[in-house]
Structure formats: C-alpha cells, structure tokens
Design a protein around this ligand. Structure first.
Ligand SMILES: [Zn+2]
Length: 338
C-alpha cells in the first residue's frame, strides 16, 4: 500500500479512538469525508497518479475510507453510551432522598443568633480551655466557695487550667476585653464541660447560650422582657414561663426562668420529674463585684446576664426526650422527629 495512505490510516485510527464527544466526532467526520475533506482531496488528486498505478491506488483509497468510516461508526456508539450513562448517573443523584440537616442544637443556636443580632447584639466565642480565674474567681466564686461544689469541673492541669464549666466564663473574658468600650450587648453560644454522670437529662458535654448587656440604668424589667422575647421566638406566643428568685454567685439578684413542661403541659411526667415545669437556665443583674473585677465602675454601669442550657431548649423545642439522642450518631435517620 502507498506509504502516505498507510500513514493516514494509522494517524486517524488513533485520533478516532480518543474521541469522547459528539462535537469532536462531527469535526473529524467533516475533516475526513466532508466536501472539502481529506478523502475528497485524495480522490481529486487521483488524476495525477501514473495511469498504471491508478487502479490499485483507488482500491486502496476505498479500503482505507471504508475502514475509517467503520471506526467512526463504532466510536459514535461508544460516545453515545458514555453520554447516556452520565445522564443516568445525574438522574440517580437527583433521585436520592435528602437525609442531611443541621444538628438540632445548631438550628436552635442559629435561631437565637438571628434574634440577638436583630436586637443589636454581637455574637462571640472564646477558647474552651480556661483558667480558674476566669471560670470562677472573676465571677465571684473565690476558692473554697461552696458554689464550686455545684459544678464538678474537668481539670486539664489542676488547680489552674480546666474545661470551661459555663458560658459565663466567656462573659468574664468579654467584660475584661470590652471594659473600655461600653455599652456592651453580646451573645455567645458554646460547649461546656462538667464531670457529670451521663443519663437522659445530663451529659458531661453540653451547650449553653449566654447573653450579657452592660449599660446605664438597666433594671430587672429589661432582663425579663428580653428573656420573654427569647422564649416566644423559640416556642411561640402561647409559651408559659415563670420566674423564680434564685442564687447564682455572679448575679444579684438572681432569677431562674421555668417553662411549663412541653411534654405534659404542667400535669407532671418523667421529663419534668413530675414538677410540670422545666428549669431553663439562670439569670440576674450582674453582681457589682463582677463588674468591678473587670474594671467597670458599678456606680455608673449596670448589667444583666442570662445563660441557658441550649440542649434542653432544643429538646423542648423539637420534643426530644433524651439528651443522649443529641450526642448520638444516628440523628440523621430521624428527620421526622426533628
Ligand atoms: Zn412534664
């Protein structure tokens, strides 16, 4: 066979085998068999071939043309099959049910972040390993204070470094950092840690949501109305809340909000320990000693703070009855419960 024809055959065999799209198939088809294509040119040039060789040249040319046409048809089938599989795969992906969702605690946290941002608060976070000074002392819990027994702490290095036991710790850092930049409106969600036995309502790691306001002339009315708004945002306007006087070392006076049990609506059940009410957190007017230790003059400035168990709020909001559900790995399989 003519050397040039053999070269053409080899070159196009390779080229056709590599085609993966319809567009490239068409371009190659035009290049080979189109009106101004390679074969038209080769057939036109047959007249320049010596008459005695013309016949065999023509036959060879036809053989090569047929072979390349066969390869093109084969490749066209392959391309079609690949495109079809791709489309089918995409349809399969579309058909998969949506099982992913944000963790319920994250959902509640974001709802609260949105509310507080609307009220002009900034949202903060801070490290989880803290010093005894910021976790206790600056919050009016000196060494040997009985309130330390209320929180069984997890120490990283005794007696100084521990995992924060409450989001009030973020408050101590914040008050110190912003003492020269008042007033303050801040909210901070975060994980907290205590050496607790795990059961349906307690866990050694849980989440709190804290808010703190420092301004001039704040009263209990400001505190209660802010908390009311928070309850209504999460549980709707019908929510029933009561506020009871409570002791917390970092506030004076202290108030504990209780919400009517979401499960039994006040009748009494295992979730509310037959009380009909669920304790939702602690709050109060910031103790003058706490303000003073941050370098804020309590004769000029006043403040209120509240901290809530975010897990408990989430459980009440989404009717989850066991805190261990929130820490487990199979939440994704129960989207209807949430
Ligand atoms: Zn109940």
């Amino acid at each position: 066979m003519d050397q040039k024809l053999e070269q053409i055959l080899n070159q196009y065999q390779e080229k056709i085998a590599q085609i993966v799209t319809d567009k490239d198939l068409e371009t190659t088809r035009i290049e080979l068999f189109g009106r101004n294509g390679l074969f038209n040119d080769l057939f036109t040039k047959m007249k320049d071939i010596e008459p005695q060789d013309r016949r065999s040249y023509g036959q060879n040319l036809n053989v090569i043309k047929n072979e390349l046409e066969r390869l093109m048809a084969l490749q066209s089938q392959k391309v079609e099959k690949t495109v079809k599989t791709k489309v089918e795969n995409q349809e399969n992906i579309k058909a998969l049910p949506k099982i992913g969702h944000l963790h319920p605690v994250t959902q509640t946290e974001r709802q609260l972040n949105a509310l507080f941002k609307k009220l002009g608060f900034s949202v903060y976070n801070s490290p989880e390993i803290v010093t005894d000074e910021f976790n206790f002392e600056r919050l009016n819990v000196p060494k040997n204070h009985p309130a330390r027994d209320m929180q069984d702490s997890i120490y990283i290095k005794e007696p100084e470094y521990l995992l924060r036991t409450q989001t009030s710790t973020i408050e101590s850092y914040l008050l110190k950092a912003k003492s020269g930049d008042l007033p303050i409106r801040a909210a901070f969600p975060g994980s907290v840690y205590r050496n607790e036995k795990v059961n349906r309502s307690n866990h050694f790691v849980f989440h709190q949501y804290q808010a703190v306001v420092v301004d001039k002339g704040l009263t209990m009315k400001d505190l209660i109305s802010t908390m009311d708004l928070m309850f209504k945002t999460l549980y709707g306007p019908e929510v029933v809340v009561r506020y009871r006087a409570k002791y917390y070392p970092e506030v004076e006076p202290g108030v504990g909000p209780d919400m009517q049990c979401f499960n039994c609506h006040g009748k009494g059940c295992p979730i509310c320990k037959y009380a009909g009410w669920i304790e939702m957190g602690g709050s109060g007017m910031i103790h003058p000693k706490v303000l003073k230790s941050a370098g804020i003059d309590p004769n000029i400035w006043s403040g209120f703070a509240f901290g809530m168990g975010l897990d408990r709020w989430t459980m009440a909001q989404k009717n989850i009855k066991d805190i261990r559900t929130l820490m487990g790995g199979n939440l994704a399989y129960k989207p209807n419960e949430l």
